[in-house]
Design a protein around this ligand. Sequence first.
Ligand code: SF4
Length: 324
Amino acid sequence: MTDPIVSVENLKKHFTHREGFLGMKSRPVKAVDGVTLDVHPGETVGLVGESGCGKSTLGRVVLRLIDPTEGSIRFEGADITSLDTAALRPMRRRMQIIFQDPYSSLNPRMTVKATVGEAMRIHGLVSNDDEEADRVAELLRRVGLRPEHSSRYPHEFSGGQRQRIGIARALAVEPRFIVADEPISALDVSIQAQIVNLLGELQDELGLSYLFIAHDLKVVELVSKRVAVMYLGRVVELASSAALYGEPKHPYTRALLSAVPVPDPKRERSRIVLEGDVPSPLDPPAGCHFHPRCSIAKKGLCDREAPVLRELTPGHQVSCHLAE
Ligand code: SF4
């Protein structure tokens, strides 16, 4: 296998939560708590889990949009964990993000041409206005919009079209790796498949790698080669898409998948209802974070010792004392 384009090791992001009189008391919120993960060139790795599990924070830390608390991030073989803003700038154009809500991520006062062209200019990828206009028109065509759309403003477009603009903006700087953070969850169901297909075509044409963050497990199965399941800041299972969906090993993954309707009766599972909500990351349960909701938790073990992520079969890692 080729070297990973992105490689994170024991990555942590802890925020400080202030409370009490004048915020004098502080407690850590372990949004990302020791994640190790690779993404290979041309690969899509899906990242799933309930909201608040740390998926989006992980995506932003990987891109160094947020500084990590601990751990390391390598991009194209270079350690970027502690690079300052100036040293990061040349890397920035090769790592991009597509946001969930294309409307709030686009400046309402900037035309499409200015939005898509801005990054090209900043990174010196175009030398004059004509070249910029040509390149913007080419990108708009490539994402399914028309060149004449370039003079319009974000409010003149539908949600799907705005997401296409967001994709064009990300592509403008010729990235190699894109964090797609819930790129279709704000869109109508009828539009979602079009955006998923577009991302797939762009990957094939340009050799892009994606970290695809989503809570829709069906979509993640469709687009991902490998999938990581997160729970309270940690990866609890990581496997090829086929292995994770065909033979999930972690009780949390099993519960998530049991709620997904499947067309294949052989894969039909009885529904496992998860008790309660995801605990607060301010006060995570001791031992295995999942133990208060786990139907097979073992008293004296799961509530005391945190399981480590271990490889059960080649490429299939699970963080559970009882998984085999
Ligand atoms: Fe359940 Fe224990 Fe496995 Fe955690 S370690 S998932 S509590 S069985």
